[in-house]
Design a protein around this ligand. Structure first.
Ligand SMILES: CSC[C@H]1O[C@@H](n2cnc3c(O)ncnc32)[C@H](O)[C@@H]1O
Ligand code: ZN
Length: 442
């Protein structure tokens, strides 16, 4: 007798389709999924699940169940800068708008309010795990605990001072203290977040590499975001940034490289040989006109490619459904091949590949027995989704972020019939409007 029928379960969900992602994205039609103690304990045909005792039973007959989406790169608090500096290239955007605004406004209250706004938007649109790189990560951790979302916190490292600290020594001390404090957290991991090759000097990069190896921690870095970044590095040091980081020991199987446009074949071979993860942010890359990431070439070279939105100040949303669609469409344009980046691969990038990039694939990223119950339900019954030949196609190529009805993280329901259970949307909107008025000088 299977284990699930011997003891009652906490939650039993019947769904029209279950898309497990692993071992494949092939939909299981009219199946059920059972959750016990925060874990998936069974997926089975609906007819075999009717006798299972459960504290809560949901019948989602028009819905697809899939793993929660994993947003592997962003700056959550920057949601308060959404729409503040549009239609500018990266360097103008950062140097003339964002960095001055951060210098003026970013403190713990800004980070708390901005993060609540971002997390509410992410939960509402199907994200159950995100990676953040921003100031005051201990404040972000407090909001994460309140919301019940899963996250990686990449604490910021630059050569220069910022609102969070005076320079690298203080960033390392505070970041490692946060890591010690969160060592036993079931939802949060801490990683190093050296900002970019052009803001972190060689000796600091080497310290990151050494400390991360000693503590077995991940590293996330913006890398080869634009051709200008590569050209500037060649002009000043005659080395491409990827080559420089390889020589300084920063690249390895726990290194998450964000953006990766402006790559030549040697760059791709280097990233593959070190087992680095690529984090593709198609919408931010398009909006800042940063360039195209050669996703298909990286995938063919064996590089794990995950997806991220980047911050809402350069996207301008945190919607992983639209990011999947953009990745799939752009993948075809960049490779000149309509069969490139098919729907199942875009969904895998947004789920299992994200979990692999963050070192969480033993816990989440697919609906497999024994994994933690990070699950979303999406209603496919509306007009713009008809008719449904293949639910995976609908999930990637039609916009479904507003149809996410339920979301569970570690078995806890954080979205119930479209309503957030842990955060107060109205209060979050009120505080965002107060920040807008303050920043606008009203
Ligand atoms: C280390 S804290 C994060 C830092 O990064 C800035 N930022 C946001 N988006 C980007 C991007 O696309 N490229 C480079 N830097 C970016 C953010 O404003 C913070 O200062
Ligand atoms: Zn970024």
């Amino acid at each position: 007798m299977p284990a699930h029928s011997q003891q009652p379960v906490d939650t039993l969900i019947f769904a029209r389709w279950i898309i497990p992602v692993a071992p494949s994205c092939t939909p299981l039609e009219n199946h059920a999924l059972a959750i016990r103690n925060g874990e998936i304990c069974a997926t089975l045909p609906a007819s075999e699940a009717e006798n299972i005792h459960a504290d809560e039973v949901l019948r989602l007959n028009k819905h697809a169940l899939l793993p929660g989406l994993i947003n592997t790169h962003g700056h959550a608090a920057m949601s308060l800068f959404r729409g503040m500096a549009d239609d500018k290239p990266l360097h103008t955007w950062l140097n003339d708008h964002i960095w001055p605004a951060e210098g003026r406004w970013v403190d713990e209250t800004f980070v708390r309010d901005g993060c609540e706004l971002a997390i509410a938007e992410m939960l509402r649109s199907g994200t159950t795990t995100f990676s953040d790189m921003y100031f005051f990560p201990e404040t972000v951790a407090g909001v994460i605990r309140k919301a019940g979302i899963r996250a990686q916190l990449s604490f910021p490292i630059f050569d220069f001072p910022c609102a969070w600290g005076s320079g690298p020594d203080e960033y390392f001390r505070k970041g490692l203290a946060l890591r010690d404090e969160l060592k036993h957290s079931s939802l949060i991991t801490v990683a190093f977040g050296p900002h970019a090759p052009y803001t972190v000097s060689d000796d600091v990069i080497q310290r990151v590499a050494t400390l991360a190896a000693e503590a077995d921690m991940a590293i996330q870095i913006h890398l080869h975001e634009t051709q200008q970044e590569v050209d500037d590095a060649l002009a000043s040091s005659r080395k491409r940034p990827i080559k420089r980081l390889a020589e300084l020991g920063l690249l390895g199987p726990k290194t998450q490289c964000v953006h990766l446009t402006a790559l030549n074949d040697e760059d791709i071979a280097t990233l593959a040989s070190f087992g680095c993860h690529a984090i593709h942010c198609p919408e931010s890359n398009m909006k800042l006109a940063s360039g195209f990431s050669p996703v298909e070439k990286m995938r063919s070279a064996g590089i794990n490619v995950a997806l991220g939105t980047d911050g809402a100040a350069s996207n301008n949303d945190l919607d992983m459904f639209s990011e999947m669609r953009s990745a799939a469409l752009l993948g075809k344009v960049v490779s000149g091949d309509a069969s490139a980046l098919p729907d199942y691969y875009a969904l895998t990038m947004a789920t299992l590949n994200g979990a692999k990039a963050l070192g969480l694939d033993h816990l989440v990223g697919s609906l497999e027995v024994g994994k933690q119950a990070d699950i979303i339900a999406v209603d496919l019954s509306n007009l713009a989704q008809q008719p449904v030949y293949n639910p995976v196609s609908q999930l990637v190529y039609t916009n479904l972020s507003h149809e996410v009805s339920h979301s569970w993280i570690l078995g806890r329901k954080v979205l119930d019939n479209g309503q957030l259970t842990t955060l107060d949307s109205r209060d979050i909107i009120t505080r965002a409007e107060l920040w807008r008025a303050k920043i606008s000088g009203e």
